[in-house]
Design a protein around this ligand. Structure first.
Ligand code: GLN
Ligand code: ZN
Length: 762
């Protein structure tokens, strides 16, 4: 009988209990002991839930109070010196200081950096190392959680981050190669494993997702050396876990490592099944990640059953059935959802349901009749979904089929458009604008919440929004901005706002997924063909435009971002879903144009993060992603100016694709990375209008005019004056009005001074 398990579980709790306890602890309202109790209760509850759903064994130490990569750093004592004193005094306070910084009358510590965990929307804390760094084992957390689980009678398998992935995700402050620290790291890392063995662990799951990336020779070599040393020393059995993609070119390496078992992702990369089975040595266990740990769909038995049968036939008792990766990336329980449209509720499978599904597949493959019948029923449900009229819309399908290259084409080339637009808008050189949102004040958030709960009537709420827009317009006139925005007060989230108005989207009530620390998102679910029943933003934009003679930008979320920040249906290629959204947005762009909105911004902040993990897959992705943007933006007249906005500082390597979007103007985040982006322009001449952000909105600081002027001067060294725009680097919704007002007035002054200098030199 296959062993049923899963690589990890969500931590935050069905009702975000951990979030509440953390935030209240940070405010000083909940003592540490109480926070730790909430955490311990959640762990127990989740193990029980998994066992009740049919898991044979449970992972432990997958839990974290903030982040598992930070936990891994602490477990080998990789605590940067500035936190050390606090950590020694109060380990929990030191831990949170690394995660989120700490400012009081004794210390002023900034947080460690944070970045995306592979290609997910989870963010991890980047360990900060330095050459000559020492490590020491701190196994207490892992051991304590192992004991908690075994004492309650669970077969527990501790999870630790593997040494190579750990080093690869770390950065060094001196620019040295983190891999050079491997020999220093290993004894400490093995100290943790030893402590777990001593506590009675038989298996330890060692996560090495870096094995699905492109690896250089040095890293491959480091894998061989590290795992040889581990095999020589460790007494536990090691399950080497890979996920988020196929092993491909690293398959031979992975199966050659001297470990007792291998976990592979057969949801993202089902095509590797045969190759893995052929390559796997006869003494190794295979943990087969057959169900997608990053999606929310009840699995299609047509695909999964034959795979499980093959696996079982080839491996017998050496087979474990699991989800592709940790369930961290899914919500907990679909049966809690009561307000979903149509049949959607039946089609979903969150963490709890996925474990039940695994049980069913395991039982069915060993002949259990009831399990087979349940799978037959599941087959019918999924088959009904795939052809349901809620899912398949012939009009939408026909439109996508009818797409031709013309759809992605503006009428004329940029050189011509820019002349027409200059004539129409009469903007000065170095025009100023903002990214879209203005501060979302407490009053505004409260009003939205009361409106949602029915306490505030529609009319009263709309009045508040209109007043907010009037205020934004007055402010921009006073500040002397050139291209206005309405401020987006009606939106609480840039994806949700559009998803709620589109057909094919569903919204859960408790579908929370951790983004980082206590922060969670509730991604919309794209379950059906996407269509736009009516205009979504025209009324607001037209109202805002009626208040001013300055051009008012219409503001839309782009197709790739709409896709990237949602759970996406698994029955259509992502590119196809993206094209459906692009067509819906295209209609919105047309309606804005018809309503007299001359400038439309289509935000694509998530374009960069959708990049596949392997470079070989980049071109194909960029082609359909750029294409979708062009479909949304194409078709407007030459006089309509299309803007886009992206916020990700590292896109020097995709700058050609950004240019291929052919937006008339792009505003882009750079100020935090000190305009490193501009390096790209010494290599590649970006053709169209561009506004590298000069005001870092991620901090409450008001930038000095001198700083902004310096950034403008630097931009002018690599960009033409007639293509440069002056703007902040992202939306202002998280900021407060006083700082925004001061910073934007300063920004306008800087633009005016720079203009005057341009005139003086020409
Ligand atoms: N227009 C959006 C805003 O200003 C863009 C947000 C973003 O880039 N993430 O809020
Ligand atoms: Zn942004």
């Amino acid at each position: 009988m296959p062993h049923v398990t899963y690589p990890g579980f969500p931590r935050i709790g069905r009702r975000r209990e951990l979030k509440r306890a953390l935030e209240s602890h940070w405010k000083g309202e909940t003592p540490a002991a109480e926070l730790l109790k909430v955490a311990a209760d959640l762990r127990q509850r989740h193990w029980k839930l998994a066992r009740d759903a049919g898991a044979d064994g449970v992972p432990v130490n997958d839990f974290s109070l903030y982040d598992h990569v930070l936990d891994a750093a602490v477990s080998v004592d990789a605590i940067p010196s500035r936190y050390r004193a606090l950590f020694e005094r109060d380990a929990l306070a030191g831990y949170f200081a690394m995660a989120r910084g700490r400012q009081d009358n004794q210390v002023d510590l900034h947080a460690l950096e944070m970045t995306k965990w592979f290609d997910t929307n989870y963010h991890y804390i980047v360990p900060e190392l330095s050459a000559g760094q020492r490590f020491a084992a701190r196994p207490d957390k892992a051991v304590a959680e192992f004991r908690e689980a075994t004492e309650t009678g669970h077969a527990a398998r501790p999870v630790v981050l593997g040494p190579i992935t750990f080093l690869r995700l770390s950065k060094t402050i001196d620019g040295s190669d983190p891999l050079a620290l491997l020999d220093a790291l290993l004894p400490a890392w093995l100290g943790v494993i030893d402590a777990l063995a001593e506590a009675g662990a038989e298996w330890v799951q060692v996560d090495e997702p870096a094995l699905v990336l492109d690896l250089d020779e040095a890293t491959r070599d480091a894998y061989l050396r590290a795992y040889a040393a581990i095999a020589k020393h460790a007494t536990v059995r090691i399950l080497l876990a890979t996920y988020f993609g196929g092993l491909d070119s690293n398959l031979e390496l992975a199966v050659s490592l001297p470990v007792a078992g291998l976990h592979v992702d057969l949801a993202r990369a089902p095509e590797q099944l045969d190759a893995v089975l052929d390559a796997l040595p006869a003494d190794k266990v295979l943990s087969a990640g057959i169900l997608d740990g990053r999606n929310v769909w009840l699995s299609d038995t047509t695909h999964i059953r034959p795979r499980v049968e093959t696996l079982h036939r080839r491996l017998g008792d050496r087979l474990w059935l699991s989800t592709s990766c940790s369930l961290l990336h899914t919500p907990i329980d679909a049966s809690e959802e009561k307000n979903l449209p149509g049949q959607l509720g039946q089609w979903l499978s969150f963490a709890r349901q996925k474990i039940s599904e695994l049980r069913r597949y395991a039982d069915a493959v060993t002949g259990d009749l009831a399990a087979k019948q349940t799978l037959d029923r599941q087959h019918e449900i999924v088959a009904a979904r795939l052809s349901s009229p809620e899912v398949v819309r012939n009009d939408v399908r026909a439109r996508v089929r009818g797409l031709t290259p013309q759809f992605g084409q503006r009428r004329s080339a940029y050189a011509h458009r820019v002349a027409v637009q200059r004539e129409r808008f009469g903007l000065p050189d170095l025009p100023t604008t903002t990214i879209g949102s203005f501060p979302q004040t407490i009053e505004l958030r409260t009003a939205r919440a009361s409106h949602r709960s029915g306490k505030l009537a529609d009319d009263a709420y709309l009045d508040i929004l209109r007043e907010e827009i009037r205020h934004a317009v007055r402010f921009q006139e006073e500040a002397g901005i050139d291209v206005f925005v309405h401020g987006e007060p009606e939106r609480n989230d840039m994806v949700e706002y559009f998803g709620e108005q589109l057909e094919g989207y569903g919204f859960t009530s408790l579908g929370w997924v951790q983004s980082y620390g206590s922060r969670c998102v509730k991604p919309p679910i794209i379950f059906g063909d996407v269509a736009r029943p009516r205009a979504m933003t025209v009324e607001w934009s037209a109202f805002a435009q009626s208040l001013t003679d300055k051009p008012m930008k219409g503001m839309l979320t782009g197709p790739v971002t709409m896709l990237q920040w949602s759970f996406v249906r698994d029955d259509l290629p992502r590119a196809e879903v993206c094209r459906q959204i692009a067509l819906a947005l295209r209609d919105e762009v047309h309606d804005l144009e018809k309503a007299g909105i001359g400038i439309v911004q289509i935000d694509e902040p998530a374009l960069r993060e959708g990049l596949p993990l392997r470079r070989a897959d980049w071109a194909a992705y960029l082609e359909w992603a750029v294409d979708a943007f062009r479909i949304a933006a194409g078709g407007v007249s030459d006089a309509t100016q299309v803007h886009t906005h992206m916020c990700y500082s590292e896109f020097n390597d995709i700058i050609e694709a950004v240019a291929a979007m052919d937006a008339d103007v792009i505003s882009i985040e750079t100020s935090r990375s000190r305009m490193e982006l501009l390096d790209a322009f010494t290599r590649f001449q970006y053709p169209n209008g561009i506004g590298p952000g000069v005001y870092d909105i991620h901090s409450p600081r008001v930038p000095a005019e001198g700083e902004m002027a310096d950034l403008v001067a630097r931009a002018l060294q690599v960009l033409r004056p007639d293509q440069l725009w002056i703007n902040p680097d992202c939306g202002l919704k998280t900021r407060g009005w006083p700082e925004v007002s001061e910073a934007l007035k300063g920004m306008v002054a800087v633009a005016r001074a720079a203009r005057a200098r341009l005139v003086a030199v020409t």
